[in-house]
Design a protein around this ligand. Structure first.
Ligand code: CA
Length: 519
């Protein structure tokens, strides 16, 4: 494929690294850990200014941290479909959470190929593709709440039907993953376990230990752009409905009582939030201070949910060690995309912006990946499937959009020139984010909001937070034309169809009604 990375002078380094491959000649186990909406800013291996994630950090300490890992469509279901197929949304047919129907599990996915090659395969936790998982010997996925599952007492769906549960979702998912591993280790065949967390997806509900230690008086630093005005920016940014000030609900900030809880869980919940709620409701805060209050509730429950999940990831990693599997198991940590943590005054994802289209990506593989290394190569979630297949020694039947990252695991600074394609389709959709596609070269990002013919150009070296739109500035005219050519080439290489997928005509009305009900 023409859009493959170009290996310039790195070929010699790659050849030198070849003898190391022999160390991993036995087919390794693969533990693929995925979370939901986990911004790199809330992974201390990337940035420890907001919180500590000691267990996720173990993977970075033992292996490689990718600093420029992105997704191709920053929203839950489409990102998972891309991860499974190694193809952008137009290649796998799953464009939108809201109106794409169910994922077609009969198409080529890497778990199906692994299963066919003799791997034991399982998915446990969030699935969110509306169809039964295909390619897994065992699947237990959270099902209620439109396949989001609930943080407390979720319903699991499996081949044998639906099963209610009592407890906290990360703990329940980990219990099930441990149980499956205990059985898998008895078989000689290698395993692939897709251990999939719903955390820290909206509406950010922490586990009992985090509720028990909740302190409303603790404050988290505000982002510099919490009160950023969108006046003068493209219409697409002005029209979005994802601000903490306007679009965050009472449920989001824990002013309303949590549902679907046992009496004991509810008592913990009220002990954590009721007093702070009473203080807030009896206060006379300025509109700005209300935003500050909501931001604190938001960011603190988000971070506390991550803490709950990190602890459970640690429990699973400990169990892997206890079973003696650590040495021949590749552990991968990633999320389905990033998230706005108050930047622009926003929550949610969807945009090609750095905070939402970037995702954490960490991998450990003893004997192959040196501990504590980093890579700045431009990589994307289309690459996960080809990478895992190469590691497992399995060939794909039909081409994928992504490329294997296997060479980078041993030569992380391998010369790697690559443009990344991004395409967000879910409009009409929640939060009113316009459809857009674009190219990210690593240095520059060009975005086209094609419904309203608007453009943005960002210089990521000087403006890593996508704040200053340079599109239309005369001194960038030549560069803009060059980037448009590169974008056009990407669309041609990936055969992106000119015809757009359409939502049902009534979808925008449904969304607006649902958003008003939530307020
Ligand atoms: Ca997500």
């Amino acid at each position: 494929m023409a859009s493959m990375p170009i290996f310039r002078c790195g070929v010699a380094a790659w050849l030198l690294a070849l003898p190391m491959i022999g160390l991993a000649s036995e087919r390794p186990n693969i533990l693929f850990i995925m979370s939901d909406d986990h911004a790199t800013k809330a992974v201390s291996a990337y940035d420890d200014s907001l919180m500590q994630t000691p267990n996720i950090d173990r993977i970075a300490d033992n292996g490689i941290r990718f600093d420029r890992a992105y997704v191709g469509n920053a929203i839950c279901g489409p990102s998972r479909a891309t991860m499974l197929t190694g193809k952008h949304s137009h290649g796998n047919g799953f464009y939108s959470n809201e109106w794409s129907g169910a994922f077609d599990g009969k198409q080529q996915t890497f778990p199906r190929l692994l299963q066919g090659a003799g791997y034991q395969t399982a998915v446990i936790g969030k699935w969110h593709l509306y169809s039964d998982p295909v390619g897994f010997d065992h699947w237990e996925v959270i099902h209620n709440n439109f396949e989001q599952g609930s943080y407390y007492n979720p319903v699991f769906r499996s081949a044998s039907g639906e099963q209610e549960s009592v407890g906290y979702v990360s703990e329940l998912v980990t219990d099930r993953a441990i149980k499956w591993l205990d059985d898998a280790v008895l078989d000689d065949a290698p395993f692939f376990l897709f251990y999939s967390h719903k955390t820290p997806h909206r509406d950010w509900m922490p586990a009992p230990p985090e509720l028990a230690s909740w302190d409303d008086n603790e404050k988290v630093a505000e982002p510099a752009t919490l009160f950023r005005s969108m006046t003068g920016e493209v219409q697409a940014r002005q029209q979005a409905r994802m601000s903490i000030a306007e679009n965050m609900t009472e449920k989001d900030v824990k002013l309303s009582k949590a549902r679907n809880m046992t009496a004991d869980q509810e008592r913990l919940w009220l002990d954590a939030f009721a007093q702070g709620n009473a203080v807030f409701e009896n206060s006379d805060l300025s509109p700005e201070d209300v935003v500050r209050w909501k931001y604190q509730r938001y960011i603190k429950t988000y971070l506390a949910s991550v803490k709950s999940m990190d602890r459970e990831i640690g429990r699973l990693l400990d169990h892997l060690e206890k079973l003696g599997l650590s040495d021949n198991t590749i552990v991968i940590y990633t999320s389905d995309q990033g998230f706005f943590l108050g930047e622009n005054g926003w929550f949610d994802k969807r945009w090609m912006d750095e905070v939402s289209s970037r995702t954490p990506l960490l991998m450990q593989w003893p004997g192959v990946i040196n501990p504590g290394i980093t890579s700045e190569a431009m990589v994307q979630n289309i690459d996960f499937a080809p990478t895992i297949l190469e590691i497992a020694g399995v060939s794909a039947h039909s081409p994928m959009h992504g490329v294997s990252l296997r060479p980078l695991l041993e030569v992380p600074d391998l010369a790697w020139e690559r443009d990344l394609y991004y395409h967000f389709y879910e409009n009409p959709g929640f939060h009113g984010v316009a459809r857009h596609y674009g190219v990210n070269t690593g240095r520059y990002k060009l975005i086209h909001y094609y419904q309203d013919s608007e453009w943005e150009l960002f210089d990521l070296e000087n403006d890593p937070s996508d704040l200053v739109n340079l599109y239309g500035e005369p001194q960038y005219a030549v560069l803009t034309e060059e980037l448009k050519k590169r974008l056009k080439k990407l669309r041609k290489d990936y055969a992106v169809p000119a015809e757009e997928p359409e939502a049902p005509w009534y979808h925008s009305y449904l969304i607006r009604a649902a958003e008003m009900l939530l307020q």
